[in-house]
Design a protein around this ligand. Sequence first.
Ligand code: SOE
Length: 387
Amino acid sequence: MSKPVRIGLIGYGFMGRTHSNAYSQVGHFFPKDSVTTGHHIVRQAVCGRDEAKVKAFAEKWGYASYETDWRKLVARPDIDAVDICTPNDSHAEIALECIKHGKMILCEKPLALNGEQGEKMVTAVEKSGLPNLVWYNYRFLPAVTLAKNIVAAGELGRVFHYRANFLQDWTISAELPQGGAGLWRLDAAAAGSGVTGDLLAHCIDTARWINGDITEVSAVTETFIKERTHTATGKKQAVTIDDAAIFICRFENGSLAQFESTRYARGHKALYTFEINGEKKSLQWDLHDLNRLNYFDHGVPGDRRGWASIHTSDGDHPYAGNWWVPGLCLGYEHSFTHELAEFLKSLDDPKAPKAYPDFRHALGTQYVCDAVLESARTRQWVKVKKA
Ligand code: SOE
């Protein structure tokens, strides 16, 4: 008999919507008799401070009830799993409270404000044995998972290079305030860091998943707009987030890498790209063309050699067979549904290797972010702690 996983969602902004969409889709496309034998999602409650808004969200997205105090939601006996979709400064506090109440946790990325907070979360959750996940969603796009599978099968041979960018342009205006809905990402007190925790963290998660641990980094960061009006006070305040971050690094497998993220690349809205160069093959992926994996195979005869573009929409591509008919495209939102399907699958079979990032993996990513910020501050190479 399939067991319910009654979700309590805290926070209902952009991420609250992406996760709610996954909660409503997963049972249709990854039904319990195929990938997820044994657990199904119930949208039990959503929590937000503004009663009218949270009530409207609950109605729109099919939650059975709502709360305006997150502690009440966490304490409710009819909640099995809490989804933390609040700004980064409350992830640790809420997660620790969830653990006290024996709730499973699905936490928005990045795990915490910094490694120190993240360590407390990992220690507590591992002691409790409660299932835990961090929403690093991009891994779960078919083309990205295919890249992981190709590298894991050893097809690239020795890996020499990893290269990733995450470019945006939405904070160029000096008139944009810091703090408040969406704009808390510009306030270091709420976000912990700027593009490092917000954008580079995605690139680092994917890179560590595909290419292994990063051992040391050398970084530069810049804050282009030094002061912005704070929404809470209406006054100009110093901006202390990193607006742009660039780093070079070494991986444990000996490969060298470069990463860049910025919110000042005019013209780019969310250009996440990565490329991996191996001895035998290279792979390349671009979020703006997310169904394709570009693939160069040096093993084919010289006169046919060239970059191929694999449209990862056939039935045998990761996750694609669960959706429409071959050739039809998936989008950004599907990545969340796939991550959730993996979480449910692992509840069904807790002994099987986990195919999603948990708190410990996210702590490893947090350590790389911390090292990037420290290296930029000290202008030194910094060794990355091992999670
Ligand atoms: C920032 O603009 C943002 O929404 C991030 O917070 C998300 O994690 C990223 O996926 C898209 O960009």
